[in-house]
Design a protein. Structure first.
Length: 196
């Protein structure tokens, strides 16, 4: 079992290195005069970059793009590509950008998944809730705030005042009735004693 884990640990980096070496061999053996196959091998570099980012996150994507840059740049500088040299040099920031974006997306997704798993564990450990345990007893309401606020709730959202309380639309309807009934202009009461 330990041996298979060790083999699995190194299989993905080995696949990435073999892909980079294979694409590089094809890129260097195809002459520059054959423009379409030469450009095809340049575009094939994006596959290991995307796989590196998918398998290993940010550092995998950037690391694979960096390895490709180390292999790709000497070929561009040594072999004469004519007026296309500048275009091939501009591929390097794109390599790094693809590695960066792929790695960031994968890392963000992994953090989100870990957060959801943590929430699921917390919910699994919490005691079961009985339906209606949080509702106030019938006929009892919270007293009106002492500040004279006009926003006093008449019913809970989706509570006994809403017609379709079992649905989301019923809760929304109950909410709109709540605001229509309770919102009125606030009045300012002045003190009856004159100020000096």
């Amino acid at each position: 079992m330990d041996r298979s884990k060790r083999r699995h640990r190194w299989s993905r980096p080995a696949i990435l290195v073999l892909m980079v070496l294979g694409v590089t061999a094809g890129h260097m053996t195809v002459p520059v005069t054959q423009q379409v196959p030469h450009d095809l091998f340049v575009r094939l570099y994006y596959l290991p970059i995307a796989l590196g980012g998918t398998w290993f996150g940010l550092w995998g994507g950037l690391g694979t793009a960096g390895l490709i840059t180390l292999v790709y740049l000497p070929h561009i500088l040594v072999v004469q590509h004519g007026p296309l040299t500048f275009g091939y040099l501009l591929e390097i920031p794109v390599f790094l950008g693809v590695g960066l974006l792929t790695g960031l997306i994968v890392d963000r997704q992994a953090r989100y998944r870990r957060g959801l798993e943590g929430q699921a564990e917390t919910l699994a450990r919490s005691p079961p809730r009985t339906p209606g345990a949080d509702a106030a007893p019938a006929g009892k309401r919270d007293p009106a705030p002492s500040c004279g606020s006009a926003l006093r709730p008449r019913t809970a959202i989706g509570g006994s005042g809403a017609r379709d309380s079992g649905t989301l639309s019923g809760a929304i309807k109950g909410q709109s009735r709540f605001w229509k009934k309770t919102t009125r202009p606030a009045t300012l009461r002045l003190s009856s004693t004159p100020s000096p």
